[in-house]
Design a binder for this molecule. Sequence first.
Ligand SMILES: NC(=O)C1=CN([C@@H]2O[C@H](COP(=O)(O)OP(=O)(O)OC[C@H]3O[C@@H](n4cnc5c(N)ncnc54)[C@H](O)[C@@H]3O)[C@@H](O)[C@H]2O)[C@@H](O)CC1
Ligand SMILES: [K+]
Length: 491
Amino acid sequence: MTEFVFRPAGVAALDARLEAAGLLDPAMEEVGRAVAEAAQGLAGGGPVLLLAGSGANGGDALVAARYLAGWGAEVRVLAAPSRHALTRLNRERLAAFGVEVGELTPGAVTREAWGSVVLVDGLLGTGFQPPLRLELAAVVEAVNAARGAGTRVLAIDLPSGLDATSAVPPGESVRADVTVAPVGLKPALLFGEAATRAGEVRVAALALPPDWAAGEAWATRPDDAAVAALLPVRRADAHKGTAGDVWIVGGAPGMVGAAALAGLGALRAGAGRVTLHSGAEVPLVTPELMVRRHGDPGGWLAGTGERPDAVAVGMGLGPGAAGLARTVLGWGLPTVLDADALQPELAGAGHDRCVWTPHPGEAARLLGVGTAEVTRDPLTAARGLQERFGGVVVLKGGPSVIAHPGGRWVSRGGHPGMASAGMGDTLAGVIAALLGQGLSAADAALAGVRLHARAGERAGIRHGYGLTATDVSAQLGGAWLDLTGGAGRGC
Ligand SMILES: NC(=O)C1=CN([C@@H]2O[C@H](COP(=O)(O)OP(=O)(O)OC[C@H]3O[C@@H](n4cnc5c(N)ncnc54)[C@H](O)[C@@H]3O)[C@@H](O)[C@H]2O)[C@@H](O)CC1
Ligand SMILES: [K+]
């Protein structure tokens, strides 16, 4: 399923629409039921302790308690006083069900957690404004102590104490084993240290008019079926001239491997013909790559009338890369700009057929901010880059973000072993190959990132953290077949 990613403002806007349509009560009912089902699955018939804060997150917990009680589970409930109308209503409904609700204090949490198999965290969701107030900080501490003693923790929407928009927790927060996120994900569930505190994340879809969620979402996380639909299908009479002529412009003395890896990535992603243009002698990593050495690559590019179907420029190119990149951008061809071609002076030089592929350090250089600012909120950073540089931006990371003029995508998958030099060079080649096969810049970026990640997952099974960019390239063909379900023959 393709998932939506919301910021708090989107959640609040969706809430307002639900309220106006008289659908907020049924929505909370759906969320509470989904939470109850997940808690029941985790508890395996054991007692469940539910903690309800003062907002709608707490209301979700109170609904979940009612369902669990109705199914015959032993429930213990502690709740904060609330002025939220629906949360209060659900507390009354729970009382009518005969379930007692205790006062939410750190001591009560410690006492009631004793013997509870599962603790449901409905303290704070997207309405949390850091920093955590003292009385709740002590409750969060008690929750984490209970988890340390063996109680499994299920967070509603996000672990309480996380800022929904940030990869960096503002301080201590609940540490969850499972998070059930209503309607869609929040950035904190996807990125950085915050995501590690959420455990396994499950989205609980709500029955909504289809355009409501899409209209309020800040990004989407496409599934593999959506990505596979972007990949080209060849005719039986395809030949190397129809599969894309790709140039790799990169490599300087001491940095030739980067260009070679990009070339290999392009070949393995189906390019019909790949030529490396370099000012240095590039090693023959595979005989299928063509290598052309130029004494003055910039002069040659400026003068040549030859044109490929797609270009990747920058990998290992060294100083002067921005000038070469400007020349290539001037051709208006499908182009990937990577590594040394990612220079602030190229702001505004992008066009709708180009893809910029910075990692967070390069993104920070392009934006003129610190790397921490980029990694704290990659979705906003990627959008800022796209607006400043034009075209499409792939902000690499785990997960990568793709920003295009119509919105933002968050990629899926990958493997921690991909944290090694050369992976970005391979990705640049993969995206160039897809551009050369006729994909738009946005589609090539999304499909390229997912193909690369899937290849990394395959290579990771064999090599663990020791996998190299060459290992990933070798798995690109298999990754393509995985995504397309074995398609790929002529039709
Ligand atoms: N449209 C949606 O996506 C839906 C959202 N729902 C739930 O609604 C939640 C958002 O509800 P609310 O906007 O009521 O917000 P929350 O329930 O997240 O929290 C708001 C409450 O937290 C308190 N609070 C805020 N900052 C605090 C701090 N620093 N220290 C201590 N207390 C603090 C506030 O006083 C307020 O009472 C979501 O996280 C989700 O669980 C669901 O109920 C239904 C559908
Ligand atoms: K929560």
